[in-house]
Design a protein around this ligand. Sequence first.
Ligand SMILES: Nc1ncnc2c1ncn2[C@@H]1O[C@H](COP(=O)(O)OP(=O)(O)OP(=O)(O)O)[C@@H](O)[C@H]1O
Ligand SMILES: [Mg+2]
Length: 245
Amino acid sequence: MDSISLSTVAGVQACGGTAAAPLLEVDDVVVELGSGAARARILNHVSLTVRRGQTLGLVGESGSGKSTLAKTLVGNLVPASGTIRFDGRDTKGLKGTRLRTLRRQVQLIPQDPYSSLNPRRTIGQALAEAIDPRGGNPRRHSRDIAEWLERVSLPAEAATRYPHEFSGGQRQRIAIARALAVRPELIIADEITSALDLTTQADILNLLAKLRRDLETDDAVHLAQPCSGPPRQRRSRGALPRRLG
Ligand SMILES: Nc1ncnc2c1ncn2[C@@H]1O[C@H](COP(=O)(O)OP(=O)(O)OP(=O)(O)O)[C@@H](O)[C@H]1O
Ligand SMILES: [Mg+2]
């Protein structure tokens, strides 16, 4: 599995997968939000490539458009211009099964885990849907659900509870489990620790490192190696810089 991690520093860091085929190719993407006089260009000709096996870290100041890019990559926002190719295929105008497949292949773990969990669905229902898109049944998938909960250090009985019954750190662990249970090809982690206190941030980062190790031994999931070395720094103002990395 390949990943993008977005955080509030400035610059971009990539590691691993340098010779592999591109998995995600973002070319000259422009995104504008708001309407009428309030319409503003948020992403200003952004281009980047993530290859198979590569981890790309994208950093920029608050308000520079990291979450906007993340939402665009999973198809929640539509670019005004530019192209986004996943596994060599243009994602523009995808509909039906192809769109649903893409939405599973690219999983976003958002800044606020509340936004990725339906408040009216139990954790078991959320995980069952992730495990089996054809209407996953929590009872039928109870073993897999318990396994995923255990992977993120939560008890099996968490499956019967609702998102509001958990702390911020626990919700973020559930959001990670839900995203990984889909078995995506690309994970976009949008500042997933920024809303948490320092100790919980460390717990979540340790958990991700552990999952990376655990899942690397699983034939079905390929995780990129952790990045090492300092990020290349590039300061940007307002919209993301034209060429990243
Ligand atoms: N729906 C919207 N309509 C208009 N402008 C928006 C909308 N959503 C976001 N913006 C603007 O887009 C810009 C980029 O926001 P975004 O959330 O992508 O930044 P960010 O880099 O993720 O910031 P942070 O590090 O604080 O999370 C901001 O100036 C924000 O006000
Ligand atoms: Mg953000």
